[in-house]
Write a protein that binds this ligand. Sequence first.
Ligand SMILES: NC(=O)c1ccc[n+]([C@@H]2O[C@H](COP(=O)([O-])OP(=O)(O)OC[C@H]3O[C@@H](n4cnc5c(N)ncnc54)[C@H](O)[C@@H]3O)[C@@H](O)[C@H]2O)c1
Length: 339
Amino acid sequence: MRVLLTGGAGYIGSHTATELLNAGHDVTVVDNLANGSRVAVRRAGRLANGVVAFHEDDLLDTRGIERTFEAGPFDAVVHFAGLKAVGESVAEPLRYYRINLTSTMNLVETMLAQGVRHLVFSSSATVYGDPERVPIDETCAVHDASNPYGRTKLFLERILEDVVRAHPDMNVARLRYFNPAGAHPSGDIGEDPSGIPNNLLPYVTQVAVGRREILTVNGDDYPTPDGTCIRDYLHVTDLARGHVAALEKLATHPGLVTYNLGTGRGQSVYEVIRAYERATGVEIPFRVGPRRAGDIPTSYTDPSLAEAELGWRAEKTIEDICRYAHEWQTRNPTGYPED
Ligand SMILES: NC(=O)c1ccc[n+]([C@@H]2O[C@H](COP(=O)([O-])OP(=O)(O)OC[C@H]3O[C@@H](n4cnc5c(N)ncnc54)[C@H](O)[C@@H]3O)[C@@H](O)[C@H]2O)c1
């Protein structure tokens, strides 16, 4: 397939570009580089002995999207582009609603006009809010999120339902990611957050290479066995392969489908720290800080639907995640170089 990746210069998008090339697809990335890197796009191509075409454009600009589609035709779109920082979304709700909602609506309108009928959408386990049960499967209720970022995912899921209802020839896969982490085993591409990382693994890797002094654990008085939050850490190349599988599913014209992507196992913050130390031999100093607003105690998925319908399963362990994340951060201590 000829696949357009929006936001493909970012973390998950660049890993997906590599896996799509490995699976024999053609890949074009459109990204405004707000949080992405041209270097990531180039390296993603090189890792698969191929080339990823790149367009710098903003999905808020309808003319920009049309320009990108002129480089097609495309068979499918994988839509990663958007803003993702929960705290920032609380401080700047309108920016989050404008960018995440408007860019997606612009994209889907252009797809409809151009006759592109397959869309894979990056959703998130955040749509389950404080889940009614764990492991979380796709029949669990979705809840209003506690922050504007989560709400954009919820709204977009609903908008895509309406689009498929109105255009029954559209095929949309909504992938609800659990906690993407780690880096490509080569150490060439990885997670490169700006500022203080929101996610645990990049925080740990930055402490491991001496870029930050100490890890702050956000609360150890949760109702979990060791008091720290439990999450389902999913290796980013496993997640990338999930997108390849979802695209192949869309080719069978299923209409609207929704899958949780995770490992089915939960790890506490302390378990991740110990796994990191085991995998790398580097000690991670930490201190316990207060709870972070909005964090739920436990979240992990039941991945059996994705396994049954996509033939997909996460393969990498938490030690793999730690080892590859460490390799990436050691080789790129300050992230991607300027292009
Ligand atoms: N990383 C996670 O923990 C996680 C978890 C669940 C869901 N998601 C979702 O997955 C997607 C990808 O996440 P990521 O971690 O790779 O994020 P990322 O920030 O690394 O990548 C997003 C990319 O989108 C680009 N972008 C943003 N606004 C754009 C616009 N208007 N036009 C064009 N490009 C634009 C950015 O420059 C960036 O390269 C996001 O939609 C995110 O909400 C991420």
